[in-house]
Each structure stands twice: as structure tokens, then as C-alpha cells.
Design a protein around this ligand. Sequence first.
Ligand code: ZN
Length: 316
Amino acid sequence: MSGQIAYRAGLHELGDGIFAYLQPDGGWGWSNAGLVTADDTSLLIDTLFDLNLTRAMLDSMRPITESSPIGQAMNTHGDGDHWYGNQLLPDGIPIVATASAIEEMRAAPPRLLDATVNQLELGPEFEQFVSRTMRRFDFQSISERLPNESFEGTREMSIGMRRADLIELGPAHTAGDAIVHIPDAGVLFTGDLLFIEGTPIIWEGPVSNWLAACDSIIDLGAEVLVPGHGPVTDESGVADVQRYLRHVRDEPPRASRPGWTRRRQPMTSTSPTSSIGPRGADRRQRRGDLPRARPVPAGPDGAGIGSADGRWDVTH
Ligand SMILES: [Zn+2]
């Protein structure tokens, strides 16, 4: 079914009362979300990076949510492009995330990102990047609304008579990654454990955990996978991400190889990097998601290698 879902901006019905909201091109901050309906109620999976985007998404869902109002929501992880729009959710509904994700949300609220991209002296290279990517979004008008329910491990949610399984698979992309499986429909919302046609970013790692998370995703046997960024996919999309992650794990750091030098260059450069990535995405230097205020540790199995700093600094 995934091949039948066009990668166009907006709401797409996946079948049987389940919808994906897609934001091409899936780069920095252009995340996907989901809506699962049953028995006159809905579960929203993730909000968007700012209020304008989230408002447009909720408006597009209105024909559905008028008869099946959003009665609960969940945020797949702690990156702002998956929760900063929570302010626009109906008052008083449960908003669920993993405890680790909520911890990360507290550490990186919208006002911090606003200050980082709009008030700090960033230097010419990062300034150029931020200007091209992050300043498209309005962080200033957001009032932080954190999830009000947390879980660890797994949690079952009921949408009317329909079951949704929330499964924590982090730390991988972030410390608190979770997915949402709708078993009766064979649909899985993976959050940013899948970047399709874009480079996965390793904020937390280790890579081995992320590879194991991909195995867990495949084991669920869902036919339709909605990634956190990029087009709707199937098991082949998971294989693409795994191939990239194995490359990151197995390749020695470029800077330590003969013939490679370190020099500062913006990550928007068109200089060649690895050709191995989900559908060659590395070559296009496409990035999803947002930078973190905290440092990313580099571990022996690749944790941190995909961080903004590492990619930014090391070029051929
Ligand atoms: Zn993310």
C-alpha cells in the first residue's frame, strides 16, 4: 500500500480510518504526523514544529475530527518538530510520551530554540545554515505544552474499540524514541527511527540500539510504515536505514583516514560525502530535524557520528 501514497504535502488516508500528514521534503523540521480514528474518536500522533504548521494540519483534519474529535495524543520523541504544536491540542486531553522523551522536551523548550536561532551570535557558517532552515519556523509564539502522561517500555491505548500499542525502542535517534503500532490495520508510525530519503541523525545512539530498533520494527510485520520524515514506506525503507546505520558503524571516522583532512565547511556544502545512505540521500546533504543545545557523545559504535557537529566539521 505504501507505494500508492503520493509524497505530497497534506493529509493522506492510509485506509480504514488511519491517516498520515506528510510534509515534503522531509528535511530539517519538516516532519510527518498521524491520525488514527475509530468509534467517533481519534488519536493524534505528533504535532509539528510551530503553531502555523500545526494549525494547518489540524484544519486539514477537521472533516474527520468534527465527527471523531481528537481525544488523546502522543509524541513519538522529544524533538521540537514532533511536539512544539501541542499547545493547539484540545484542552485537557491525555498527551502521552516516554519519560525519557519528556525529559528531553524539558531540556529543549521552544524558547530555547528561539533564542538559539534568533539571538545568539552563531558565526558565518552556522548562521547561513540556520537562516536557510530554522528561521522558516516561528518559535517565538509557542507556549510550551508538555505531555501529561508518561510511560516506559510499552503502553496500550484504546481508540474506541481499536487498539494502539505504544512501544519504546530508544535510545537511538533520541533518548526516548517510541513507535505506535495499529495491529488490526498493519500500520506503524515510527517517528524518527525512520528517515526515508533523508539522512538519519544520531542525537543519542548507540547505533547498535537503533539497528535493534529497526529489527523490532520489521518483526511487527506492519505493511505500511509512516516515518518521522519522508514518504510512507514499507519494510524496504527499514532496510535502507539499516544499511546506512551499518555503514556509519563500520566505517572509521573520516578524519582519521589517510588523505582526509579536517576543515570547517557548512553542512550545506555540495562536496561529496558517503554515497551510502537511504537512497543516496547523503549525496544530497539532506537533513531532517533540529539541532540540539546539548553535546552528542561519540561512542565506539558510532553514537554521535551523525551529529550536526561531526558532519559539519569533517569534509573530504
Ligand atoms: Zn527527531
